[in-house]
Design a protein around this ligand. Structure first.
Ligand code: ADP
Length: 397
């Protein structure tokens, strides 16, 4: 069943703070809460002090309630908000840390992530206040699993304790309402800013929740430009370690807008192994280069098929995208197998299950996804260092 909102609600009534049991619900500090699988998120009114101890105490309380119900808590994000509801700080407790075991759940809180800078400035130079790194996920053509990889990258990073946003920039065919199970939820707008949906540890906005699901989305260039800009700029993202952008397939307007509006840490290109898919992926990689966006690397999706018995079948020519990455001179970030579970979990809006299954095919899948997450984390960190050293510094004499 996983953690429930009720468990979190009850736990927040008895939080061990300062040698006493504090009732954060009764005292009116709790603004909002959510729980899914082994991830919980709580928004508290900020009193300007003791943020870290408060977050750790909330973790202990929810962890105890979860254990009592035979469940577990892996990651807790506590967002502290001011009187106007604006996020002023985020603390995360738990997470899988930098060397996760894809084969098993994490246990004790490790305090990964820590304090994220207060928004208002843009110290990381990404173009979005409070957002440290922005990574676009693109593909030469549709249907190769670009949205699937973008989503699982976001969820994988969140499971390591990072605060993560996911912008469904595929405004022509948004997948996230289905893949994140946003079905019955309504988009909340506060003071002209969209509140991202918060599920599976990830904050998400998507055009799919702003229009009717069965309505064709026909955008002229300037309209597409405006729509994407609004999703980026009129969302109350709060502080983020990573913003992942799921781009539309191909090399169109949205990528251009993105490069104009934001300064990206880098881009990930998703490709299937076949020759025809590689040709399109090369075009996508060249587009990022032309836009001045570093290609962090290539992910080979649908690399091979793994049956539920764990047996492997080479359907499309495993290794094709890896060879292509070599020819392009960009890193290979790993291959992700085709599994029945990945498709089922995507249709069911349950990406967390891709990381927690214990059968043979599930272990293969989670291992592959964790591998991609580790590679992207490392490559993004390197790209960040390079960008920082390349940025001109102001000298006053
Ligand atoms: P794109 O964004 O490139 O158009 P999607 O991510 O929407 O592609 O994936 C297309 C379909 O393929 C979805 O139904 C998705 O669940 C499925 N899919 C993608 N990758 C895999 C995989 N490795 N194994 C099984 N199904 C997959």
């Amino acid at each position: 069943m996983g953690l429930t909102k009720q468990m979190v609600h009850e736990a927040l009534r008895t939080v061990p703070l300062g040698g006493e049991l504090a009732d954060l619900v009764g005292s009116g500090r709790v603004v909002w809460m959510a729980a899914c699988d082994a991830v919980a998120s709580v928004r508290l009114r900020d009193d300007g002090s003791n943020r870290r101890p408060t977050a750790e105490a909330v973790f202990s309380a929810i962890d105890a309630a979860a254990k009592a119900a035979g469940e577990r808590l892996d990651v807790l994000t506590v967002e502290f908000v001011d009187a106007a509801g604006k996020a002023v700080a985020t603390e995360r407790v738990g997470g899988v840390a930098s060397h996760p075991s894809p084969r098993g759940p994490s246990t004790a809180p490790q305090g990964v992530g820590g304090h994220t800078p207060i928004p208002g400035l843009d110290p990381a130079g990404t173009g979005l206040a409070g957002v440290s790194r922005i990574i676009a996920v693109g593909a030469g053509k549709g249907g190769v699993g670009k949205s699937t990889i973008a989503l699982n990258l976001a969820v994988g990073l969140a499971r390591r304790g990072h605060s993560v946003g996911l912008l469904d920039g595929d405004i022509y065919g948004p997948s996230m309402p289905t893949m994140l199970g946003l079905g019955g939820l309504e988009q909340v707008v506060r003071e002209g800013m969209m509140e991202p949906f918060y599920t599976h540890g990830v904050k998400c906005v998507t055009m799919g929740k702003l229009v009717q699901a069965d309505k064709p989305l026909i955008w002229r260039g300037p309209m597409a430009h405006g729509a994407f800009k609004q999703l980026v700029e009129q969302t109350n993202w709060g502080p983020l370690d990573y913003l992942i952008i799921d781009l539309p397939p191909g090399t169109g307007d949205i990528s251009l807008t993105m490069a104009q509006v934001l300064r990206l840490t880098g881009a990930v290109v998703v490709c299937t192994p076949q020759k025809v898919a590689q040709d399109d992926a090369v075009r996508a990689a060249r587009m990022f280069e032309q836009l001045g966006v570093e290609v962090l690397g290539v992910v080979e999706n649908m690399s091979y098929f793994v049956g539920d018995d764990g047996k492997e079948y080479d359907l499309f020519g495993k290794g094709g995208a890896k060879a292509m990455a070599g020819r392009l001179g960009v890193p290979f970030l790993g291959g992700v197998p085709i599994t029945m579970a990945l498709r089922v979990n995507s249709d069911a809006g349950n990406p967390t299950a891709n990381f927690t299954a214990t059968d043979r095919a599930g272990r293969e899948l989670s291992g592959a996804l964790e591998g991609v997450v580790t590679e992207v984390e490392g490559r993004a960190a390197l790209a960040e260092v390079r960008a920082r050293s390349a940025r001109p510094s102001l000298k006053i004499s």
